[in-house]
Design a protein around this ligand. Structure first.
Ligand SMILES: [Zn+2]
Length: 78
């Protein structure tokens, strides 16, 4: 069974890869590593299963307040 189905945008096949994900939680940006992510082979759209989405939220909730923070430059284009 394919956990992600086909891409809703282009119908391409979706492969699971461990990705680094930008994740927003309560207005704060976090970078999560080693997230199992469905990635479309054709257009690159990313998908998460409900289980992984819950896992990401739980991991961020648990880690808040005891994190290493690095500066991230923010650049406006246009
Ligand atoms: Zn696609």
């Amino acid at each position: 069974m394919k956990p992600y189905g086909d891409c809703v945008y282009c119908g391409g096949e979706i492969e699971e890869k461990k990705q680094r994900i930008d994740y927003r939680f309560h207005g704060q940006l976090y970078i999560l590593e080693n997230v199992p992510t469905g990635v479309c082979c054709q257009c690159g759209e990313q998908y998460f299963t409900a289980r992984i989405a819950k896992k990401m939220e739980a991991a961020v909730s648990k880690a808040r307040g005891k994190l290493t923070t690095i500066p991230v430059p923010v650049i406006s284009v246009g």
